[in-house]
Ligand binder design. Structure first.
Ligand code: NAP
Length: 325
């Protein structure tokens, strides 16, 4: 079967369409004939700098939709031919993907396979960031970095749906502000001035919750936008700066909390928890409250173009690879 592989780290050009053996499911696993594969920033980080890559060659791809091909010996929840969406530990950019049955979801009624591929990674992530880790309460003010991207697009809508008093987004250029403003955000600021903009928008109080996937200097400045008892959730290091460090002087005066989250960690350690969060998160889409528009799609063999688009920082919403869809 055909799959995207890279044998060395580097630019998008290291992604190669290869002929590889088709996987077969072991206990607790299924294989999926992939219709669509979601492109995640984590795939770009894996390719560029080896994020979560244990060995080369490596096959990227954390989420797919498609039809169950085969089920492992002890798998009773799925049958061949069934339409599913799945969260994987890699290998999604392929004609057939191997997935742990624990993180495969029957395609919710009313959703097509193309929409299904947009959901497994970013939607449970944004839901968990706001509701589990950030503990969103009615009336809270929320700030989201990367507001026009995949996670950001759904985080704005979920925050509003969850009763946030105001939702502020940060984007690298104002070209993306229109997209964010359609995605639940009340105001959108640029990376250059967001901290002073947040102070002005909140009458000097600062926000209750901030979500940061960038790290480094952005993390530090985002911490400075929190008001009393504010909660900052770090969930990525898009800027590839040194890991952040904080101490009592940063948190004591205003009673701040800083926490982290990894959907990959939760999927590996507690897949049932991911399933419960995903069920609640997917319901917001089937109920028509949340949308994740696909801004670009590419055939499997042109995965490098999708990565180029993400790295150009011009993409909004979700990018997909068309495999059998
Ligand atoms: N911890 C978790 O469980 C988890 C799960 C999913 C995603 N994430 C993280 O959440 C973020 C969004 O993921 P996604 O897959 O939805 O991607 P995405 O948002 O569609 O694309 C990457 C985003 O990162 C922003 N960005 C900031 N600094 C960047 C840099 N130096 N290079 C490129 N982009 C940069 C871009 O927005 P601007 O250009 O507007 O700044 C863009 O919105 C990523 O950092 C990802 O690693 C974490």
């Amino acid at each position: 079967m055909r799959a995207i592989v890279f044998e060395q780290y580097g630019g998008p050009e290291v992604l190669r369409l290869a002929d590889v053996p088709r996987p077969s499911p072991g206990p607790g696993e299924v294989t999926i004939d992939v219709a669509w594969a979601g492109v995640n920033f984590a795939d770009v980080k894996a390719r560029a700098e080896g994020y979560r890559v244990e060995a080369l060659p490596f096959r990227p791809g954390l989420e797919v939709s498609g039809l169950i091909r085969e089920v492992g010996p002890d798998v009773t929840d799925f049958t061949p031919g069934q339409e599913v969406a799945a969260f994987l530990d890699g290998g999604g950019y392929a004609e057939t993907a191997l997935a742990p049955a624990a993180t495969v979801f029957a395609l919710p009624a009313g959703l097509d396979l193309r929409t299904g591929a947009t959901l497994p990674s970013v939607l449970p992530t944004a839901y968990a960031l706001l509701h589990e880790v950030g503990r969103l309460r009615e009336g809270d003010t929320v700030l989201v970095q990367g507001a026009a991207g995949g996670v950001g697009t759904v985080a704005g809508q979920l925050a509003r749906l969850g009763g946030a008093g105001a939702v502020y987004g940060v984007v690298s250029s104002l070209d993306k502000a229109g997209h964010a403003l359609k995605s639940g955000y009340d105001e959108v600021f640029t990376a250059a001035t967001f901290d002073t903009d947040v102070r002005a928008a909140t009458g000097g109080r600062g926000v209750d919750i901030a979500l940061d996937p960038v790290g480094g200097e952005t993390f530090r400045r985002t911490l400075g936008t929190l008001g009393r008892f504010g909660r900052l959730v770090s969930f990525g290091n898009a800027g590839s700066e040194e890991p952040w460090r904080i101490g009592p002087a940063d948190t004591y005066p205003l009673g701040l909390s800083v926490s982290g989250f990894s959907v990959l960690g939760m999927a590996a350690q507690e897949p049932q928890r991911l399933r419960r969060i995903a069920d609640a998160a997917f319901r917001t889409v089937t109920d028509g409250d949340v949308e994740l528009p696909v801004s670009a799609e590419f055939p499997l063999g042109r995965a490098a173009e999708a990565h180029r688009l993400v790295e150009s920082r011009r993409s909004t919403g979700k990018l997909l690879l068309r495999v059998g869809g």
